[in-house]
Design a protein around this ligand. Structure first.
Ligand code: HEM
Length: 502
């Protein structure tokens, strides 16, 4: 009886095994044929030899930006990699970036379809169409206009000082604090308040929780490279993203309903809120409003905090000169920043060496050519912003943190100089660039100037590492534990603030 069972099982296993091998073999042949046909249909950018089935996916397993740099060194500034069954063209020089983001921007400004993109029906993942144009216009003229940025100055100041106070409380007890933790919370709540409204209370908190879940989500899904895997959802990613989307959607429904009730009932209703602007723009559906808000909060959060943390990381590894520039008699205010060339140079150099958005993901609307190579419509194009700003052919001592490169230099990071593109360029350039630059420079100048920041006892600047973690943004891999205390100074009183540890 037992033997019969084992034989039965063995027979089942054998037939399953044979079927699987046959299916994999068949798939391999089909993919090879497809690839031949594709290659015959045009001149494809070069790339290293690929493996059966997975193509070049193995190159992305460990520290892939460095692997990509090595591939580009050998094959050139435009390469094609087969990630699973999906060909991806990667460009990594300033000339290629100019070609994609300026000369052919009208063709390349669309987005490829990805799993994460299914979450967003707002701006970030929108293809290049009339809806995209309208959303961009509303964002740049309403939400992220200079006037609105200025009007929220006090909120940014209040939030930063509150964050510093949390650090001072710990510092007063001689306890270190992980800078990443406190910096991440701040822009998340500022951007949420900026788009949804100060005082939406519990709903804001729920919204923030979802955002944290989304930002800590993976960005590389096997299903993006083997689209047929979507049918099976073996990893459970599709189900999880769907659930996250539904949770977020429910919270936003309540926020929008409350807002509309206020509109009919209350005198306190204020049309100035961004949510109101969107709700009164008849061209948007509720879903579009919800997902645009998601994009803005996601776009404005980790980019901001991670850049600030990288800047502090680099300053800890080098001598800070801020005191000489600002003086010690008062707190830094946003109005000072224009005159503070050194902090601005520190931020630019940080964005060059640690661009928090590593890749610009684009997609041509029609077939075209780049550097003589054929690029079929809908090809996934990646502009490697990280590699471009570390290009040794362009930047002397490219891996060295040296803010003086940007002192008295015409080179800026705002998308006009293709050798450093932390906000990208063209139609898909970051719409939050001005707010991002202002917030990071202000955070940095204030932290360095008003706080005494030291490493935990026993550590020196040589212990500060720059290990990176690639996720939605390029973050520090390790925590940055620091002892942050207030400076022995009366600047806090002068600024009208009560201070811990007096
Ligand atoms: C240091 C801060 C920031 C950096 C380094 C940064 C960088 C970038 C980059 C490189 C892109 C992609 C461009 C491309 O695909 O070619 C982008 C897109 C975007 N960013 Fe930012 N960003 C920052 C801050 C912000 C802020 C503060 C907001 C909003 C409050 C924001 C909202 C967005 C949005 C909505 C997009 C998508 C635009 C589109 O697809 O058309 N970002 N950002």
């Amino acid at each position: 009886m037992g033997e019969t069972n084992i034989e039965g099982l063995f027979a089942v296993f054998k037939s399953w095994f044979v079927q699987t091998v046959a299916a994999v073999g068949f798939l391999y042949v089909v993919l090879k044929v497809c690839r031949r046909v594709r290659q015959k249909s045009g001149r494809r950018p070069p790339g290293p030899p690929s493996l059966p089935l997975i193509g070049h996916l193995h190159h992305l397993v460990f520290g892939f930006s460095h692997t990509l740099a090595k591939i580009a060194e050998k094959y050139g500034a435009i390469i094609c990699l087969d990630l699973g069954t999906v060909p991806v063209v990667l460009v990594s020089s300033q000339d290629m970036a100019r070609e994609i983001l300026k000369i052919q921007d009208h063709i390349f400004a669309s987005r490829p379809k990805t799993l994460l993109g299914d979450l967003g029906k707002g701006l970030v993942f929108s293809p290049l169409n009339d809806h995209f144009r309208l959303v961009r216009k509303v964002c740049t003229t309403q939400l992220l206009s200079q006037q609105r940025i200025d009007s929220l100055k006090e909120m940014r100041r209040e939030s930063l000082l509150k964050t510093m106070w949390i650090a001072f409380e710990e510092g007063h007890k001689i306890r270190c604090i992980n800078l990443i933790d406190i910096m991440r919370e701040m822009p998340m709540s500022i951007t949420t308040r900026m788009v949804i409204r100060k005082g939406a209370g519990a709903h804001n908190q729920d919204c923030i929780k979802i955002m944290i879940e989304v930002t800590s989500s993976e960005v590389f899904f096997l299903e993006d490279f083997f689209p047929w895997l979507k049918l099976l959802d073996l990893s459970g990613h599709i189900k999880r993203l769907k659930m996250l989307g539904e949770k977020y959607s429910d919270i936003m429904e309540s926020i929008i309903d409350n807002r509309l009730k206020e509109k009919t009932n209350s005198k306190s209703y204020n049309e100035e809120e961004f949510l109101d602007v969107l709700l009164t723009t008849s061209d948007f559906t509720r879903n579009q409003v919800k997902y645009l808000i998601l994009d803005i909060i996601l776009g404005g959060t980790n980019t901001n905090s991670d850049t600030t943390v990288w800047a502090i990381t680099e300053l800890l590894r080098h001598q800070s000169e801020l005191d000489d520039v600002i003086g010690k008699e008062r707190l830094v205010e946003e109005a000072d920043l224009q005159q503070l060339e050194y902090p601005q140079a520190v931020v630019k150099e940080t964005l060059r060496l640690h661009p928090t958005v590593v890749f610009g993901a684009h997609c041509p609307m029609e077939a075209t050519k780049v550097a003589g190579y054929d690029i079929p419509a809908n090809t996934r194009m990646i502009v490697d912003l990280y590699a471009i700003s570390r290009d040794p052919k362009v930047w002397e001592n490219c891996l060295e943190f040296d803010p003086s490169r940007f002192l008295n230099s015409p080179i800026d990071v705002k998308g006009q100089h293709y050798e450093v593109l932390p906000f990208s360029s063209g139609r898909r350039k970051c719409p939050g660039m001005n707010l991002g630059l202002l917030s990071v420079t202000y955070n940095l100048a204030q932290l360095v100037h008003a706080c005494s920041i030291t490493l935990p006892e026993g550590l020196t600047h040589l212990d500060v590492d720059v290990e990176e973690e690639f996720g939605l943004t390029l973050a520090r891999w390790n925590p940055l534990n620091l002892l942050i205390t207030r400076r022995p100074s009366d600047v806090y009183h002068k600024a009208g603030l009560n201070v811990i540890g007096q």
